[in-house]
Design a protein around this ligand. Structure first.
Ligand code: CA
Ligand code: CA
Length: 446
């Protein structure tokens, strides 16, 4: 990382909480005077700035600033409660470890449960077990016991009024299933979250026509009416443990990952900015069910701007219910991507997706018509997006290739207002080339 990059990234995102007649001047002031972990989400920066805005733990007293470099220290900070707190991560933290720091393997979680993948594959082989019922019996019970042991080890909840930052650009957490679970006012910045692999995927023969292996963990879940969340300048990836390197069982990929960031169960007011999402299949699920019973109608409002999506398979995002503003992102699929491309923008049940001035860089074989996927949605707004440098009407391209029953109308129900500057789509790839993901050094570390 060069200092120039860090400064450029900071200038793009930093700013005061209050309205200002001269935002550019104030942004510079905050960058030079306010350490990363003391910054708040600037006014007008996406849905998380609505109402009371998002301040995280920026106002923490000195006693509530935690410098952590081990899992034990990090969990102690999470357990400290809901007072304003700052957590600065130093170095790499691995979730699949025992309290003494020694690594835990999938075999360690399975020990004592009776679970064996070989036996599981034998018991639930569709050739003998059939495809019309979900696995049940001793091996499924054992799988659940082993999975519960892993979940207890790697699933961590970030409490309310917390700012969690990487102290250095290479700070990371590997293997954790982080959650913002019913909490409010959380800022996560400058951190790499990597490979929350599930040791015990479940076979569901009724999922799709051929069945599927399903995994439990997202890198970060925003769940159970969590609100006011700002996720910024962070990186999310499965690498180096890609699902494409996993075997096929029952003819289906043994997927060990679920989402990267999923926003579900009545959660609301989330801004994701300047992040780097790479090498992952099902990326951002916003709303997990068509049913209104989990409090989703009127919620699930998310802004996704100035992020890079590189070699992402699908759900970038896939939306139900929410008003979701997707602008100035760069969606990039490389020729040699190991992740099969399905679609980027998923219009799910009752969704309100607004996609403006995004750039798509796609290889031969993926066309503009492939960018939108319809999953019971009826409308979408797409404005001035660019595909391989050319301004393209994504909705028209989609409709031209879709069956009559799958047409999407223009969504005239809302217009986003909580936005930073909107750049022309063609400028986005160069703009984001070196300014997404972790680029900062947190205040006081050096
Ligand atoms: Ca799944
Ligand atoms: Ca999920």
């Amino acid at each position: 990382m060069s200092a120039a990059i860090a400064v450029a990234g900071a200038l793009l995102v930093a700013g005061p909480a209050g309205a200002s007649p001269n935002p550019a001047a104030d942004s510079t002031a905050q960058t030079t005077q306010t350490p990363l972990e003391r910054q708040v989400l600037p006014a007008g920066n996406g849905w998380a700035s609505e109402g009371t805005g998002t301040t995280g733990g920026s106002a923490a007293e000195a006693a509530n600033v935690y410098d952590v470099s081990t899992k034990t220290e990090l969990l102690a900070a999470f357990a400290a409660g809901n007072q304003a707190k700052i957590i600065r991560i130093h170095g790499s933290i691995d979730a699949n470890t025992a309290p003494d720091g020694s690594p835990l393997t999938c075999e360690d979680y399975a020990a004592g449960t009776g679970y064996s993948l070989a036996q599981y594959l034998q018991d639930f082989d569709p050739a003998t077990y059939g495809r019309d019922q979900e696995p049940a019996g001793p091996q499924e019970n054992a799988r659940r016991l082993a999975a519960a042991k892993q979940a207890k080890t790697i699933r961590w909840d970030i409490p309310s009024n917390t700012t969690i930052v990487g102290a250095m650009p290479d700070s990371s957490i590997t293997g954790a299933a982080l959650r913002i679970n019913g909490a409010t006012n959380v800022i996560l910045r400058n951190l790499t979250l990597r490979d929350s692999a599930d040791c015990f995927p479940a076979w569901d023969p009724t999922d799709g026509t051929e069945g599927n292996w399903n995994s439990e963990y997202d890198l970060l879940q925003v769940i159970n009416k969590a609100t006011h969340v700002w996720i910024d300048h962070s990186a999310f990836t499965d690498a180096p443990n890609l699902d494409s390197s996993q075997p096929l069982y029952f003819g289906r990929p043994y997927q060990v990952h679920d989402g990267a960031v999923d926003v579900t169960n009545g959660s609301d007011l989330v801004t994701m900015s300047y992040n780097r999402f790479s090498e992952h299949d099902k990326l951002l699920l916003i709303g997990s069910t068509d049913s209104p019973t989990r409090g989703d109608p009127g919620k699930l409002r998310v802004t996704i701007h100035h992020n890079v999506f590189e070699n992402v398979g699908q759900r970038a995002p896939r939306v139900r219910f929410g008003q979701v503003d997707v602008y100035n992102n760069h969606f990039k699929v490389t020729e040699d991507s190991a992740i099969p491309y399905e679609y980027s923008l998923g219009a799910g049940f009752s969704s309100h997706l607004y996609a403006e001035a995004n750039a798509f860089t796609l290889p031969d074989g993926i066309s503009a018509a492939d960018i939108i996927g319809r999953y019971k949605g009826t409308a979408i707004t797409t404005i001035a997006n660019a595909v391989n440098g050319k301004i393209t009407d994504l909705r028209a391209e989609y409709n031209a290739a879709a069956a009559p029953a799958d047409q999407l109308a223009e969504d005239t129900s809302w217009t986003p207002t909580l936005r930073t500057h909107v750049h022309p789509a063609q400028a986005v790839p160069a703009l984001l080339k070196d300014s997404t993901g972790p680029v900062f050094t947190a205040g006081g570390d050096l």
